[in-house]
Design a protein around this ligand. Structure first.
Ligand code: ZN
Ligand code: ZN
Length: 177
């Protein structure tokens, strides 16, 4: 039996990956809109997207800062998520899982390892799978997220129309004198 779309309940991976994609929309470098969600015990401990450090201009406003074909102006999404946990978080990143809409660069892989992240869920492989091999070599669990068509459909519905809510039965008041 298929569930009615309006009450579809996503898996944890569906849920956190959708949030990573949403976080990526805040990115300020259009070479890649990357988003990261750092999760521990099924709770979000921080998020990150690629953008300039606070106080510095954005690629979207002043153009990219290119070095050997790479834009180096931004702090990467996964790096920002770890830094946010350091700056504002109360939870250790050790033993956490990170959700990324794109596979990380080799530098971010090093930060993920150093921060004690144990599982990496990747939406899409960016450029090549070098990062995945690198993380697996360090015994990190790397999972490629499998798109769920029902969830995707539900998300579109969620952002285009109002999800019907169950109406509660009317409350009856009895006036006693
Ligand atoms: Zn840029
Ligand atoms: Zn990176």
């Amino acid at each position: 039996m298929t569930q009615p779309k309006s009450i579809y309940r996503p898996s944890w991976d569906d849920y956190f990956m959708a949030i990573a994609k949403l976080v990526a929309t805040r990115s300020t470098c259009d070479r890649l809109h990357a988003g990261a969600v750092l999760v521990k015990d099924k709770r979000i401990i921080s998020t990150g997207y690629n953008g300039s450090p606070p106080g510095l201009p954005h690629c979207d406003d002043v153009g990219h800062l290119l070095e050997e074909g790479h834009c180096v102006r931004t702090v990467h999404a996964e790096h920002n998520a770890i830094l946010q946990a350091a700056a504002q978080g109360a939870t250790s990143t050790r033993g956490s899982t990170i959700y990324l809409n794109y596979s990380p660069c080799i530098h971010c892989c090093k930060y993920l390892l150093a921060a004690g992240i144990v599982r990496v869920v990747v939406g899409k492989i960016y450029r090549n799978s070098q990062a995945v091999d690198y993380l697996r070599e360090a015994s990190i669990q790397v999972d490629l997220y499998q798109e769920n068509p029902t969830w995707k459909e539900h998300l579109v519905e969620l952002f285009t129309e109002e999800i019907p809510t169950k109406t509660a039965p009317p409350i009856k008041f009895t006036v006693t004198r």
